[in-house]
Write a protein that binds this ligand. Structure first.
Ligand SMILES: NC(=O)c1ccc[n+]([C@@H]2O[C@H](COP(=O)([O-])OP(=O)(O)OC[C@H]3O[C@@H](n4cnc5c(N)ncnc54)[C@H](OP(=O)(O)O)[C@@H]3O)[C@@H](O)[C@H]2O)c1
Length: 299
């Protein structure tokens, strides 16, 4: 399988910029599709990556972008929607995946690496349910697909440790719901490596890989580790269930939705896996705690 040209949807984000750098390092040509990319986000991407701005929901734009490429990577994603009816998750995950699959068929591109999430299709969150339907569309696509299902992804600029770090800067006490929820954060470099490996290995076609780190951590432990890495003395206050739900209810109506009703529903499921795909891909999972200074930019 000679994959020289790769198109990445959602490639302007956290995972995308690490993956683009990884693929450029191997000498592949990378094109990122973006709805719109301001200079600050462009600056975070490798300079020799091509960016095509446009409406990724427009079939003609996708067909033109995919023509002549060898593989498509779909990293598009949101964690919150406006409202709470599942419609935006449906559009971003399911409808867009359908458009991508149709455009690939139209121009004869067969290789699709599709991002999903651990526990997709389980529980009652709109996010995980839409993810599950997108997985099913991918499996039914009759393309050469590979699915990736990470737990939370950790790395410089992430939405996990860096987000808590920002909150802990000013908050002496951090009340959190579902503090006992368990995660297995995976290193962003390992995620990029998994994608790069899949492009080289036809044996990954038709496979689904959970991507998790070596350590299981509760939400409370993640917050405490973040504070400790900065030498901050902070009190993490696990909320009883009813208060956790109330916190999500309040967060739903705050600007930027720091936590939403749907986040709360997702949080009910532990994001852990007993079937780590990284070793199957020949990748030794990177322990996260030693990476914390690097993640937070204090190393
Ligand atoms: N980060 C994690 O911990 C984690 C864990 C599990 C799964 N994932 C999944 O991994 C993928 C990459 O995650 P990430 O952390 O890199 O996300 P990210 O930084 O938020 O980037 C996602 C990209 O999706 C595009 N996007 C956002 N909203 C969109 C919309 N409404 N319609 C179309 N495109 C939209 C954006 O591109 P433009 O603005 O340039 O169009 C953005 O750069 C996502 O699918 C995410 O759900 C992430």
């Amino acid at each position: 399988m000679d994959v020289r040209n790769v198109v990445i949807l959602g490639g302007s984000g956290f995972v995308g910029r690490h993956l683009a750098a990884r693929l450029r390092h191997e000498g592949r040509r990378v094109t990122i599709l973006s709805r719109v990319l301001d200079a600050a986000r462009r600056d975070k991407l490798p300079p020799d990556v091509e960016v095509r701005e446009g409406d990724v929901y427009d079939p003609a734009f996708l067909r033109a972008a995919f023509a002549g490429t060898d593989a498509v990577v779909n990293l598009t994603g949101i964690l919150n929607e406006h409202g709470d009816d599942g419609r935006e998750f449906e559009r971003v995950f399911v409808a867009l995946t359908e458009h991508v699959i149709a455009a690939m068929h139209a121009v004869g591109v067969r290789r699709l690496l599709q991002m999903s999430a651990l526990r997709a299709g389980e529980g009652d969150s709109h996010y995980l349910q839409a993810r599950g339907r997108a997985e099913q569309r991918t499996r039914d696509s009759n393309l050469d697909w590979t699915l990736f299902r990470p737990s939370l992804i950790a790395g410089p600029g992430d939405g996990l440790f860096c987000r808590f770090d920002a909150l802990l800067r000013y908050a002496p006490v951090l009340p959190i719901g579902r503090a006992e929820a368990r995660f297995q954060p995976v290193w962003v470099g390992d995620v990029a490596e998994a994608y790069a490996h899949a492009l080289n290995d036809a044996g990954t076609i038709g496979q689904r890989y959970d991507l998790v780190g070596p350590d299981v951590m509760t939400l409370a432990e993640i917050v405490r580790m973040t504070a400790a890495a900065r030498g901050r003395r902070r009190l993490v206050l696990p909320l009883p269930r009813a208060l956790g739900r109330l916190q999500a209810e309040v967060g739903e109506h705050l600007p930027g939705k720091p936590i939403s009703r749907d986040n709360w529903r997702s949080l009910q499921l532990d994001s852990v896996s007993a079937d780590n795909g990284l070793p199957r891909l020949g990748i030794a999972p990177t322990p996260i705690p030693p990476q914390l200074p690097r993640i937070l930019g204090i190393a």
